[in-house]
Unconditional design. Structure first.
Length: 193
């Protein structure tokens, strides 16, 4: 008889990847949030630049009346293009903030809470598992001692003690394996939902 332990440590690997994903999501969220702010600031500065030069252009137009030179037309086109670029930067900033940064931040926040729950539960579980393994070791030692006692003095009483120790060991082994199975089959998946 033996206890089923975490021989492949898949739980630990998954938990570490899970934490790494949360950290990466947080970094990506922070980056896209800062990038969004930079785009927004750039868009505002471009719009301010266009507004200032449009005012100057209006003043120039009043002074020169009906000047329809190619240079004036090119200048107006440039201002319009910069204004369009400004709006595009503003749209990009909005999309980055609304569709990338905020959802990632919310998701990473949820995952952090979830991983804290899992690790807190895991610590409690490991404490219980340690106590259970200690009980199992004690039962195994009692079983071994009862067997050796029966071999050295085969009496009805020592045989009964041996059977009782055997049954206690098997019962503890079954309980320990059942607890491990319960944790991995039901408890952990519910925590990760």
């Amino acid at each position: 008889f033996s206890i089923i332990l975490f021989s492949d440590h898949t739980y630990y690997r998954k938990s570490l990847f899970y934490i790494t994903d949360v950290c990466h999501e947080q970094k990506i969220s922070d980056f896209t949030q800062q990038l969004s702010q930079i785009y927004e600031q750039h868009a505002e500065e471009m719009q301010l630049l266009v507004s200032n030069f449009r005012k100057r252009n209006g003043e120039l137009r009043k002074e020169r009346c009906s000047s329809s030179s190619a240079l004036f037309h090119t200048w107006e086109t440039l201002l319009q293009e910069v204004e369009i670029d400004s709006q595009a930067h503003s749209d990009i900033a909005s999309i980055l903030g609304r569709q990338v940064s905020r959802p990632l931040l919310e998701r990473s926040f949820h995952r952090k809470i979830q991983s804290r729950k899992v690790f807190t539960h895991r610590e409690s579980y490991e404490t219980i598992l340690t106590k259970t393994e200690d009980k199992l070791s004690k039962c195994r030692q009692d079983y071994k001692n009862a067997y050796l006692s029966y071999l050295s003095a085969p009496t009805t009483a020592s045989l009964a003690t041996y059977f009782d120790a055997h049954n206690a060991y098997v019962q503890q082994l079954h309980a320990t394996n059942g607890m491990l199975d319960q944790y991995h089959q039901e408890t952990l998946p519910q925590l990760l939902q």
